[in-house]
Design a protein around this ligand. Sequence first.
Ligand SMILES: Cc1cc2nc3c(=O)[nH]c(=O)nc-3n(C[C@H](O)[C@H](O)[C@H](O)COP(=O)(O)OP(=O)(O)OC[C@H]3O[C@@H](n4cnc5c(N)ncnc54)[C@H](O)[C@@H]3O)c2cc1C
Length: 471
Amino acid sequence: MKASKSKAKEKKTLDQAGIDNFKASLRGELIQRSDEGYDAARKIYNGMIDKRPLMIARCADVADVITAVTFAREHDVLLAIRSGGHNGAGLGICDDGLVIDLSRMKGVRVDPAKGTVRVEPGCTWGDVDHATHAFGLAVPCGIISTTGVSGLALGGGHGYLTRKYGLTVDNLLEADVVLADGRMVTANKRENADLYWAIRGGGGNFGIVTSFLFKAHPVDTVYAGPMLWHIDQAEELMKWYRDFSTSAPKDLYGFFAFLKVPPGPPFPEHLHTKTMCGIIWCYSGPPEKAQKSLQPARDFSPPALELVGQMPFPALQTMFDALLPTGLQWYWSGDFLNELSDEAIATHIKYGSDLPTLLSTMHIYPIDGAVHRVGKDETAFSYRDANWSMVIGGIDPDPANKERITSWTKEYWKAVHPYSAGGAYVNFMMEEGQDRVKATYRGNYKRLLAVKKKYDPANLFRVNQNIKPDA
Ligand SMILES: Cc1cc2nc3c(=O)[nH]c(=O)nc-3n(C[C@H](O)[C@H](O)[C@H](O)COP(=O)(O)OP(=O)(O)OC[C@H]3O[C@@H](n4cnc5c(N)ncnc54)[C@H](O)[C@@H]3O)c2cc1C
């Protein structure tokens, strides 16, 4: 009791003089509610999230991050960390607290001799792809270039190169982390190995990563793009995909989608706004085998539309950027899948053929191959036995459709969840409660809890899919 009382005394009162002092000690900016740029600075990718922080510290360097963490801890201010701002649940921002905004910290340094790349936390994957592609390299990431490196990497990270080279966390060699007490430490196999284990899937629970060191792989041009089929072929396609997806060579990755065809080029007019099903491919093996690699899909049934071709890897990564600009309304929910039973497929088709808006979608991403070669307790990311990560996304530009996309997503998820492996990818969750967080980590949750208690016992870093230290 005495200890907690004296701790409480250590807290400083939050007054304007203290805030002015904090502002003066930053190399970057401190944006407050009365500042002109405040509304722009608090906007994040998901237009459904409308939070009003007290201040936003747009950090210029690690020293700023340390200063801001210390300020939040000493003044007992709620703290959020924002890097790419793409989190669906809006966990890069908070109401009435301090946002540590890392979006200005954008350094990338490729070491072609070692095949590694050092990345600052404010980078998007587009920034990294741009830098690595010049050397014929790529780091396994997602399927779009505008997503932040930090949030994606710390939650696991799956995308076009996953079957071949693993999750993003499987390629994280080292990270610098600013801890709750203001110290900065390096986490890798040898130093702070418990922290290194926890940040590979455990999200922003343990500290603020100010530098990532990734392994990069030789990836240059890929044979990639979408193939679409009419929706009345969805059942056959999903059954074919179920078998092909897990048995295909590891050079080949294809994610399944229900979608409405965008009303513009390069899509032919007769398909505009039609609900269809499809697979978006990425073949990263030898170019002379590229054509043949996708022949089984054409043999299954000639697609109604095929936009597959050779392209630089960054071109694939940016293919859907323009369709999904910042500020859309998003509500999404996901699950890991071990199998796709006939019943599950029938349920998917019921909801997937009734997309509520032009941009709403459902994706099934493969996470087999190289992901399965890592043990489920080797990193915090635990679903090493699942074959797919599924996400249902209710998406629309119009806030008036918020309820419509939300209820469609919730109903769809409720109907297919019984066929899932139980938990979901932490980066495909809204704020869904502690049971869902526990289900994400399964057998790794206890160990995460111990690491949380060691590095952040007071839960300073709690605006995230939170591992509560007092749970
Ligand atoms: C259009 C779209 C496509 C996507 N595609 C994929 C995909 O293909 N594959 C995939 O794996 N995911 C995908 N995602 C999900 C994505 O991984 C998450 O949205 C992720 O949270 C985004 O990271 P961010 O840095 O942009 O997020 P932010 O909103 O900036 O931060 C999210 C959370 O990460 C934590 N965090 C951020 N930066 C740091 C840091 N430096 N140190 C410690 N903690 C930090 C914070 O706790 C915060 O709560 C996609 C998301 C969108 C919107």
